[in-house]
Write a protein that binds this ligand. Structure first.
Ligand SMILES: Nc1ncnc2c1ncn2[C@@H]1O[C@H](COP(=O)(O)OP(=O)(O)OP(=O)(O)O)[C@@H](O)[C@H]1O
Ligand SMILES: [Mg+2]
Length: 254
């Protein structure tokens, strides 16, 4: 075939990552960002959104785990000050954390009052996406939505996916797994998403080493190896030329 069908890609903006994805995440893909505690999922998601803002791609961050005030402060610590973008109507935080309680929560524009009501959450997300014309969305985390009810995880996820892809966004869904778990967040979830990027930490000679692997990405060829990454004061840096090997419980870097 000569006239190749060129797919549109969203550049993550995370140094080293787009090389693993053959240029970026195929547009409208809904990607699970999976990993244990402290592996860097939240920072990854925030960096994806801020890189988008720098490139003129508007974004929405749905905060289910942290107070919006804390989110802004943590982002600013990496040099990612989102306030000017919020004021310009290019970025929004959906507060699905406070339930509207507290003084600072009263100043938030997008608040989900009942955290257990997925229908309300979807409505607020839709409103925020439309208002800012978001191309990028991060939900941190989706695990919170179905921890107590794994049986409905898939249906919640499919509803989210319909909304996010339907509105034309390319979304990262943060998924929490335990330290020892090999999966990505449950069977209903892993097959429903278009892509899975998994973040890990392994102890090598008494030191924790971070690594990342692209487990699946519909619509594109992608790298199949595990690559080390670092979190610096400027965010995440992936090393596409280095490979982390785990053999019989021994981890080595090549
Ligand atoms: N400025 C920094 N420089 C280097 N590393 C940092 C910096 N700030 C945070 N970190 C590292 O990032 C980790 C937190 O990353 P993050 O909040 O993204 O994890 P997470 O995967 O979202 O975890 P959880 O599932 O608990 O929410 C910290 O434990 C720390 O190791
Ligand atoms: Mg987190």
């Amino acid at each position: 075939m000569t006239a190749a069908f060129r797919i549109e890609r969203v550049r993550s903006g995370i140094p080293g990552l787009d090389e693993l994805l053959n240029g970026g995440i195929p547009r409208r893909n809904i990607v699970l960002l999976s990993g244990g505690p402290g592996t860097g999922k939240t920072i990854f998601g925030q960096q994806y959104l801020y890189s988008g803002l720098k490139m003129g791609e508007h974004g929405v961050l749905v905060a289910l785990e942290e107070h919006p005030v804390q989110v802004r402060r943590n982002m600013a610590a990496f040099g990612w000050d989102v306030r000017p973008y919020e004021e310009a109507g290019e970025f929004a935080i959906v507060d699905a954390f406070t339930g509207g309680y507290g003084e600072s929560a009263k100043r938030e524009r997008y608040v989900v009052r009942s955290i257990d009501d997925v229908a309300e959450l979807l409505e607020v997300i839709k409103e925020a996406i439309r208002d800012v014309g978001a191309q990028r969305v991060v939900i941190d985390s989706v695990s919170t939505l179905y921890l107590a009810k794994p049986a409905v995880a898939r249906s919640i996820l499919m509803n989210l996916k319909r909304v996010l892809a339907g509105l034309g966004t390319t979304a990262l869904l943060v998924s929490q797994v335990s330290v020892t778990e090999r999966g990505f967040g449950g069977p209903g979830v892993e097959h429903a998403v278009d892509g899975i990027i998994r973040l890990d930490m392994d102890e090598v000679e008494g030191e924790l080493v971070r690594s990342l692997i692209v487990w699946k990405m519909r619509g594109t060829r992608h790298d199949m190896r595990r690559h080390p990454f670092e979190i610096t004061d400027r965010g995440i840096v992936v090393y596409p030329d280095k490979v982390l090997r785990i053999r019989r419980g021994q981890v080595s870097l090549e």
